[in-house]
Ligand binder design. Structure first.
Ligand code: HEM
Length: 398
């Protein structure tokens, strides 16, 4: 199928500042659901196709090569630099199990009060500034704080995670052309951290204890592999959750009726978070490579073809979501979306991200009478504001 007159590039950097063109995606779902991108990849746009392809790991292999400066894909670099999502079974499952154990519900219950306290501290600071910037001073700070706590690291580490999540550091691997021999700054940081953890009688946190004790396919994890996965956790967990929080606060500033609804019924906060994940998905697309020829809706995708999983489009699919463009708190199945992926690579940080979002929204509702938009200020576009734009607001304390 082709739709020659639809100009759409899933990697268009303008989406971050101008919003995702959901009108175009609606046309693509209808007229060319398996859409050829300008770079020659295939963009899957419908919910069922994206869900099926994400689940079919024997045909579609995750490959973040192109976004880390490796257009030839990850098979061109040493395996120790493969991110978790790029590792094949059974090794993937064994390493993934360590991460999910380190982010168990018991562990999340322990860090929830710390995250709540940090949210209140950030709100205190924002109340002292007029206007506050809910992006830099709230949405951006919380996920970095949470990841630092998971790793038993301090405020300086959280600051570094925040900076790396937007300055390009996390899009680099040691093999990325132009990166110095020691690897990106994050690798240098985690190399020191790992040496400190190895020197301790007992590692300072569950994640490191599990990683250092692990035997995977009969051998311990190498330093290089552990550093790669720590780097990947920050890459996967900070920018994404920042985006979710940015969408949530942006909407709350601009929609006084929604604020009032949530104030009146706090039980709706989890639904608010889910609808934001669906409607303004922080991860709009993720890349796969066909490892064998396959056919989708009559189109043959040869082995080696690049495939874009259109998560953002799938989450608007009119075949699944009634008025998918609308933001609604009354959807029958609020968690029915692909914002966290699907199948064996589904996001292991989903519970943490959901918890951070619910705690962050609840803290604002608890502390504030309202959040007023600043007259004359420009706000990020609500459909898919994925970038780092300020979200100014006047916070009115209760
Ligand atoms: C709102 C926040 C988040 C969103 C929207 C999100 C989304 C996703 C998606 C869509 C995937 C699947 C990617 C693919 O299949 O190609 C994924 C995987 C992953 N996410 Fe998240 N994520 C979020 C937060 C987090 C957090 C907080 C962490 C870590 C604490 C995390 C760690 C990971 C990891 C390690 C993977 C790879 C899993 C695997 O391949 O088995 N994510 N995430």
């Amino acid at each position: 199928m082709s739709a020659a007159d639809i100009a759409f590039d899933p990697h268009d950097p303008r989406f971050a500042s101008e919003g995702v063109p959901f009108d175009k995606l609606a046309r693509i779902r209808c007229e060319a659901p398996v859409f050829r991108t300008p770079a020659g990849a295939w963009y899957l746009s419908r919910f069922d196709d994206v869900a099926a392809a994400l689940t079919d790991v024997d045909t579609f292999r995750a490959d973040l090569g192109p976004i880390t400066g490796l257009p030839g894909g990850v098979e061109t670099i040493p395996a120790e630099q493969h991110y978790l999502s790029e590792i094949e079974e059974p090794r993937h499952k064994a390493i993934r199990r360590l991460l999910t154990a380190a982010m168990s519900s018991a562990r999340l219950r322990q860090i929830e009060p710390l995250i709540a306290a940090e949210c209140h501290r950030l709100i205190d600071a924002m109340l002292a500034s007029r206007p506050a910037n809910l992006h830099d001073d709230y949405a951006m700070a919380i996920p970095a704080f949470a990841m630092a706590r998971i790793m038993a690291l301090d405020e300086a580490a959280a600051q570094a995670f925040m900076v790396w999540s937007w300055d390009g550091t996390l899009m680099q691997r040691p093999a990325t052309p132009g990166v110095p021999p020691g690897g990106p700054a994050s690798h240098i940081f985690f190399r020191d951290y790992l040496a400190q953890q190895r020197a301790m009688a007992t590692p300072s946190n569950d994640l490191m204890a599990l990683m250092l004790a692990a035997e995977v396919e009969g051998a311990p994890l190498s330093d290089a592999e552990i550093i790669t996965q720590l780097h990947f956790l920050i890459q996967a967990g900070v920018h994404t959750t920042r985006s979710l929080l940015a969408h949530l606060v942006n909407r709350l500033v601009q929609d006084a009726a929604l604020w009032a609804t949530l104030q009146a019924d706090r039980a709706l906060v989890p639904t608010f978070v889910e609808e934001s994940l669906r409607r303004d998905s922080p991860v709009q697309r993720t890349t796969r490579r066909c490892v064998r020829e396959t056919n989708i809706r009559g189109i043959t995708l040869p082995a080696g073809a690049w495939v874009e999983m259109g998560i953002g489009s799938a989450n608007h699919d009119e075949a699944v979501f009634d008025e998918g463009r609308d933001f609604r708190l009354d959807r029958a199945e609020p968690r029915r979306h692909l914002a966290f992926g699907a199948g064996s690579h589904v996001c292991p940080g989903a519970a943490l991200a959901r918890m951070e979002a619910q705690v962050a929204v609840t803290a604002l509702l608890d502390r504030l009478e309202r959040m007023e938009p600043v007259a004359g200020a420009t706000y990020p576009p609500l459909p898919g504001s994925l970038g780092h734009q300020p979200i100014p607001a006047i916070l009115v304390a209760r």
